[in-house]
Design a protein around this ligand. Structure first.
Ligand SMILES: *Cc1c(COP(=O)(O)O)cnc(C)c1O
Length: 455
C-alpha cells in the first residue's frame, strides 16, 4: 500500500513534456520515451519499495537520453580495424559509394523491377543482373537468390531431388551458422553418396560411386574455411566435369567465394574467378555475392540454360527470390566488374585485397603520427600485420599488412582491456584485435578517409 502511495508522486506526462530539457526534440518521440520511462519507473517502484523517486529534472534528463537512443539506429556503421576484409560478424563486404547511390535511388521510389518499359508488359526481375552475369562468367544462363546457402539448396532441390548425389568425404563441410552440406542435401531431398576418404579422393572413386552405387549427379564443394594438408588428393572441377559429361550426369559446383574480375593485381591464385569455374565445364556453379565478389548478400547460380530454367521454375525459387535492393546493388557492382582496373578502385573488397603493403606502411606511419599527440603515456608505433581475407575465403593465406600500434608505456596505466571497454560505448564504433599486448588498428580494412573517425 505504501508503494501505491508513492506512485502518486510520479510526475505527469504533461509537466514532463513541458520541461526545458525536452524542448527541441521530435514531439512524438519525446512522448514515446516519456511513456516508456514512466512505465519502467512505476514497475520498479512497485516491485522494490526502495526505488527512489527521482526529481523532475532527473526524470527529464533520463527521458532525453532515452529519446536520443530511440533516434539512433541499433544496426549501425562501425570501423573495422581488424584487418579481416570479409568479416562475417561485421557484415562481410562493404559495398562502396557507387553501389550505395544505386540502392538509394531504387529504394526512394518505384522501379521497373518486373516491368518491361519497351513493351509495357510484365518483365522478369533479375534480367539486368543476369545479362551482366552471363557476360562476366561466360555462362549460358544465370539467376540470383538470397544467399549462397539458398543457392545450394535450390540447386540440389531442383536438379537432384530423389537422386543419389556423389560428394567427396573431404568436402562434407560446415560453413558456420548451421550450414552443413550433408544436412542441406537431406533437406533438399537428394541422397548423399559418400566418395573417397577425408584426405584423398580420386576420380576412380567417383567412377565407382556411379557404377557401383548408382550416383546420378556429382557435387563438388569448395572447402572454403579449412585446408587439408599433407597426404592429400582431390579431383578438380574440370576432371569431375569431364567425367559427368562422359557418363551423362549433371555436375554441380558450390564454389563458395569467387572473384568476378580476372586480374593480375589480385595476385591471389588462379581458378578463383567465376569465369574459371564455368570454364571448367561444370553444369551449374554457385557462389556468394558478398564474399570475393564484394557486393550484396546473394547467392548466384550460373551454368547451362536448361538447368537454370528448371531452378527458376522450382516452387522454392519464389521463396528465395532477391529483393530489389539486392538486385540494384548487384547490378551496380557487376557493371563495375566489367572493367577490372575500375573494379580495383571502386569495389572496396578488391581495393582492400589488392592494397600495396608499402602504401599500407605509409598510411600506418601517418596514422601513428596523428595518434601520438592524442595518446600521452602510450608508446605509439607501427607494426607489420598478417591480415586476412576472411569470410571463409582463402584460409591460410595471410596478407602482409601494416598497423599503427598502441602500448601502455608504463604498467599500471590504462590497460588494453580498459581501452577496449572505452572504445566501445554501447557496442561501437571501432573494432580491433588485441595481439601481443598491442591494439593495432590495421590500415587494410580502414578505407582512406576513415582515419579521422578512428582518431
Ligand atoms: C560461404 C559459403 C556458403 C554459404 O554462403 P552464404 O552466402 O553465406 O549463404 C556455402 N558454401 C560455401 C562453399 C561457402 O564458402
Amino acid at each position: 500500500m505504501r508503494n501505491l502511495h508513492r506512485l502518486a508522486g510520479l510526475p505527469n506526462m504533461n509537466s514532463l513534456l513541458k520541461h526545458p530539457r525536452l524542448q527541441g526534440l521530435f514531439r512524438e518521440r519525446a512522448k514515446y520515451a516519456a511513456q516508456e520511462f514512466l512505465d519502467e519507473l512505476r514497475n520498479s517502484m512497485l516491485s522494490d519499495a526502495a526505488t527512489p523517486l527521482p526529481g523532475l529534472d532527473e526524470c527529464a534528463e533520463s527521458i532525453r537520453l532515452k529519446a536520443e537512443g530511440l533516434a539512433t539506429p541499433q544496426l549501425r556503421r562501425l570501423i573495422n580495424a581488424t584487418g579481416v576484409v570479409l568479416h562475417t560478424n561485421l557484415g562481410r563486404a562493404p559495398l562502396g559509394e557507387a553501389v550505395a547511390v544505386a540502392i538509394a535511388d531504387i529504394c526512394n521510389g518505384y522501379s521497373n523491377l518486373e516491368y518491361d518499359t519497351e513493351t509495357g508488359e510484365r518483365g522478369d526481375r533479375g534480367v539486368y543482373v543476369e545479362r551482366l552475369l552471363r557476360r562476366l562468367t561466360g555462362a549460358e544462363a544465370a539467376m540470383v537468390v538470397n544467399n549462397n546457402a539458398a543457392a545450394v539448396f535450390l540447386m540440389l532441390g531442383a536438379l537432384a531431388k530423389g537422386k543419389r548425389v556423389a560428394l567427396s568425404r573431404g568436402e562434407m563441410v560446415e560453413i558456420g551458422g548451421s550450414f552443413r552440406v550433408p544436412e542441406i542435401m537431406e533437406q533438399s531431398g537428394a541422397e548423399l553418396v559418400e566418395v573417397g576418404t577425408t584426405n584423398r579422393t580420386r576420380l576412380s572413386d567417383y567412377t565407382a560411386a556411379i557404377e557401383e552405387k548408382g550416383a546420378e549427379a556429382l557435387l563438388k564443394v569448395h572447402t572454403s574455411n579449412y585446408e587439408i594438408v599433407g597426404f592429400t588428393e582431390s579431383v578438380s572441377a574440370s576432371a569431375l566435369a569431364a567425367l559427368g559429361k562422359e557418363k551423362g550426369l549433371p555436375v554441380l559446383y558450390d564454389m563458395g567465394a569467387c572473384f568476378m574480375v580476372e586480374a593480375d593485381f589480385l595476385k591471389l591464385g588462379t581458378n578463383v574467378s567465376a569465369r574459371s569455374g564455368i570454364a571448367s565445364g561444370v553444369d551449374v556453379l554457385c557462389f556468394s555475392g558478398d564474399k570475393l565478389l564484394g557486393s550484396a548478400q546473394a547467392g548466384i547460380l550460373a551454368g547451362r540454360a536448361p538447368y537454370i530454367a528448371a531452378m527458376k521454375k522450382h516452387p522454392t525459387a519464389r521463396m528465395l527470390r532477391p529483393d530489389k535492393l539486392t538486385l540494384a546493388a548487384l547490378e551496380a557492382s557487376l557493371s563495375i566488374c566489367l572493367y577490372p582496373e575500375e573494379a580495383r578502385r571502386r569495389i572496396p573488397v578488391l581495393a582492400m585485397l589488392a592494397a600495396n603493403p608499402a602504401e599500407l606502411r605509409r598510411r600506418a606511419a601517418k596514422l601513428a603520427d596523428r595518434l601520438r599527440p592524442l595518446c600521452a603515456g602510450w608508446e605509439v608505433g607501427i607494426v607489420e600485420t598478417e591480415d586476412e581475407t576472411g569470410g571463409g575465403a582463402m584460409p591460410n593465406m595471410p596478407l602482409p599488412g601494416w598497423a599503427a600500434t598502441l602500448r601502455p608505456a608504463t604498467p599500471g596505466d590504462l590497460s588494453l582491456e580498459e581501452l577496449e571497454r572505452r572504445r566501445r560505448p554501447g557496442g561501437g564504433p571501432v573494432i580491433l584485435r588485441i595481439r601481443d599486448g598491442m591494439a593495432p588498428p590495421s590500415l587494410r580494412t580502414l578505407p582512406p578517409g576513415e582515419e579521422g573517425e578512428l582518431l
